[in-house]
Design a protein around this ligand. Structure first.
Ligand code: ADP
Ligand code: ASP
Ligand code: MG
Length: 466
């Protein structure tokens, strides 16, 4: 089947300043030389945080901070545009117009002292609207034919503001209408990630870090040949480099391994990114936007086991809920009742383990915790422990070597584990422990399984003990 363009997504640090944007243009130009290319960009680094801060300040009635916030955003974007844009005056004028709209929105929030999720999305969307116009113009300055495409017309979503879900058929039709003609003209479409709109045209966002997801959604709709996630690290690393000092790049991952890692905290990939890629079997590559010679991490269907484990991930600030049946020991129907509570409260469960009399689950979305406890307490004893962390060791190799799971647990013997789980896929071993010991456990596990001195699976457990 003929494959479509390459989709290149650049994260916040890859559009942080003029130098970063110029590097971005070089990557796009290289891709455009090889074939059709689509660019998806995040807001300039830190801008989404700033916008959400302004929204929060305004909803608390802080009218005074708005002017300074708008001025700071104007200055930052104008400086970038002046340095990289082909038509700086036009870009600066459009930026000023957008920021006037934003100012009005923020004043309305300050007057009402209320920012609903819908309003917050409308405010947060300005980051990607502003950055994508600058990047489009920078591509033109770099000699490319590039057109700005309004992502709100392309990514059609439901109305779950703050974490909207794409509507695939409508998005495919919108991509065919707004993106495909640009490609047909031999131009590079440039659009903001993270944002979309409902079928009625109300602005939505896909959730923090959602530009990766946008790239995958657009890539799937275009049957892309590859979805490239350009970021500030060399690829998917063997663990979170902010926690573990000696990580290295994982050259290849299966879709399933990447999904597990993203879901359990590998921030380099938004957890939903892989889903559209799987649907169309599109390879996803993670690359460092500061480098020009590299292969990064390639994520494809099918596994190729190069090491016992692919990587580790960690999800922090999770809550463990222990639920013990007060009627009979695990009477039939008990589990159903438990899961129905979480379904009604629209709160996903991450890890589950059961014993004869009780079930323990973890959640990382606490917003409806009180309601969940109240509902569960109608038929069970409930105990809650917060400030816990999930540590997850992922690798298709776990399926091949049954001893690996016990080696993982054995190597963590000095850390009290609250829950342990291995799902049917046998692609990960997941433990839950206190947040305070998560970093040390991660470093220890990494040293045991990924320390450069360890390169065969048959290493005794004592290796790497600190
Ligand atoms: P971008 O702005 O490009 O989307 P993000 O900050 O969202 O970048 O994601 C990249 C960051 O993800 C890295 O700088 C790193 O700190 C963090 N990260 C966490 N776990 C991993 C991992 N396993 N591999 C690579 N990066 C990771
Ligand atoms: N700018 C958005 C955020 O900061 C989306 C993204 O960067 O992927 O969450
Ligand atoms: Mg990101």
């Amino acid at each position: 089947m003929a494959r479509g363009p390459v989709v290149l997504k650049f994260g916040g640090t890859s559009v942080g300043d003029a130098d970063a944007i110029r590097r971005l243009v070089r990557h796009v130009a290289a891709a455009a030389q090889r074939g059709a290319a689509v660019v998806v960009v995040s807001a300039l680094s830190g801008v989404t945080d700033r916008l959400l801060q302004l929204a929060a300040g305004a909803s608390a009635g802080d009218d005074a901070a708005i002017a300074a916030g708008i001025e700071e955003l104007r200055e930052r974007h104008a400086r970038a545009a002046a340095e990289v844009a082909a038509d700086p005056a036009d870009v600066i004028a459009t930026t000023a117009r957008d920021l006037e709209e934003l100012r009005n929105l923020l004043h309305a929030v300050a007057t009402l002292k209320d920012a609903s999720p819908r309003t917050r999305d409308a405010i947060a969307a300005y980051g990607e609207l502003l950055s994508s116009r600058i990047v489009r113009s920078a591509c033109v300055a770099g000699g490319l034919k590039a057109s700005w495409v309004d992502a709100r017309r392309v990514v059609v979503t439901d109305d779950s503001f703050g974490a909207a879900l794409p509507l695939t058929d409508r998005t495919e039709a919108a991509v065919a209408e707004h993106v495909a003609p640009v490609l047909a003209r031999g131009e590079v479409p440039v659009l903001g990630g993270y944002i979309g709109a409902t079928a009625d045209g109300v602005t939505t966002t896909l959730g923090r870090g959602g530009s990766d997801y946008s790239a995958a959604i657009v890539g799937a709709a275009l049957n892309a040949s590859e979805i490239q996630i350009w970021t500030d690290v060399d690829g998917m690393m063997t663990a979170d480099p902010r926690v573990v000092p000696a990580t290295h790049v994982v050259p290849r991952l299966s879709f399933e391994e990447a999904s597990e890692l993203a879901y359990f905290g590998a921030k380099v990939l938004h957890p939903s990114t892989i889903l559209p890629a799987i649907a169309k079997a599109i390879p996803v590559r993670i690359l460092n936007s500061r480098r020009f010679e590299q292969s990064g991490t390639l994520i494809t269907a099918g596994s190729q086991v190069d090491a016992p484990l692919a990587a580790l991930a960690c999800k922090r600030h999770v809550t463990v809920i222990d639920i013990t049946s007060t009627r009979m020991l695990m009477a039939h129907g008990f589990l159903r009742r438990v899961f129905e509570v979480f379904e009604r409260c629209r709160t996903p469960i991450d890890v589950v383990s059961t014993s004869e009399v009780s079930i323990s689950v973890t959640i990382d979305d606490n917003r409806r915790l009180d309601e969940i406890i109240a509902e569960l307490s109608a038929f069970a004893e409930v105990r809650v422990e917060s400030e816990m962390a999930i540590l997850c060791a992922v690798g298709d190799g776990l399926r091949q070597d049954p001893r690996l799971a016990s080696r993982i647990l054995g190597s963590l013997e000095q850390f009290p584990l609250r829950m342990v789980s291995q799902a049917a896929s046998r692609r990960n071993v997941t433990v839950v422990l206190h947040e305070a010991s998560a970093a040390a456990a991660m470093v220890h596990l990494h040293r045991t399984f990924f320390g450069r001195e360890v390169d065969t699976p048959a290493v005794p457990l004592s290796v790497g003990a600190s």
